[in-house]
Design a protein around this ligand. Structure first.
Ligand code: HEC
Length: 207
């Protein structure tokens, strides 16, 4: 219950402000219920100004975001950055997958022959001629073979060499695939007619 002592009208400024006797807090009107007095004090100025500032900030933020579509807003920046990272990861994954698929896929005949030619043009041409026509080593374009014309015969010569005749062993210099590919290349030279062919050596192999 309000008492007269509690509820003195503040006559000094002529407003409806009242002063709580116990705490000396000024309040506007208010009411009391069950002995609890609800005061209607003004907000402290600092709190009020923070509140105004948040309104201004919110408005300016909203304008930047929705009116000017500013990409420099932190969320947009973060989003762009994270998307770039994610895309980069995806690109790497896609590339890895592609190279894995490429590695798993069997080589085409052209790839095998061109890989074999690389080895041939780097090492073998010195003795067997640029076109396999034969120099120090035998001619690969005719039907004659010293050690046999089957791929496994060629493989044996290339891996073990014929050291006393000047044909080296290439098993430490070439890997298995390189040897197989150069064999395929050599066999592909069969029947070509290069200039200056070396005379046949060995035994004619009928196909
Ligand atoms: C230093 C010279 C030299 C080089 C380099 C050389 N060869 Fe020979 N190659 C020979 C000679 C010489 C023979 C003949 C050996 C014999 O009389 O049995 C021969 C024989 C061969 C034969 C057996 C031919 C036949 O008629 O049976 C094959 C296959 C062969 N070489 C493959 C190669 C390959 C592949 C390379 C490159 C990786 C190569 N050679 C590099 C000198 C060479």
């Amino acid at each position: 219950m309000q008492t007269n002592e509690d509820q003195k009208v503040n006559e000094q400024n002529g407003s409806h402000q009242e002063v709580d006797d116990a705490s000396q807090i000024k309040y506007f009107g208010g009411h009391e219920y069950d002995g609890i007095k609800e005061l209607d004090n003004p907000l402290p100025p600092w709190l009020k100004y923070i509140f105004y500032i948040t309104i201004i900030l919110a408005f300016s933020y909203w304008t930047r975001l929705f009116v000017f579509h500013d990409d420099n807003i932190i969320q947009r920046r973060e989003y762009a950055k994270e998307m770039a990272v994610a895309n980069a990861k995806t690109d790497v994954a896609v590339k890895e997958e592609a190279s894995r698929a490429a590695a798993a896929a069997p080589l085409t005949k052209e790839q095998i022959l061109s890989d074999g030619k690389v080895t041939f043009d780097k090492i073998c041409f010195v003795c067997h001629g640029k076109f396999g026509e034969g120099l120090v080593g035998p001619n690969f374009t005719d039907d004659y073979w010293i050690k046999g014309g089957r791929p496994e015969d060629l493989k044996k010569v290339i891996t073990e060499g014929v050291l006393d005749k000047g044909m080296l062993s290439y098993k430490s210099q070439l890997n298995n695939a390189q040897i197989d590919h150069v064999i395929a290349y050599i066999l592909s030279l069969q029947g070509t007619n290069p200039p200056n062919p070396k005379a046949p050596q060995g035994v004619k192999v009928e196909k």
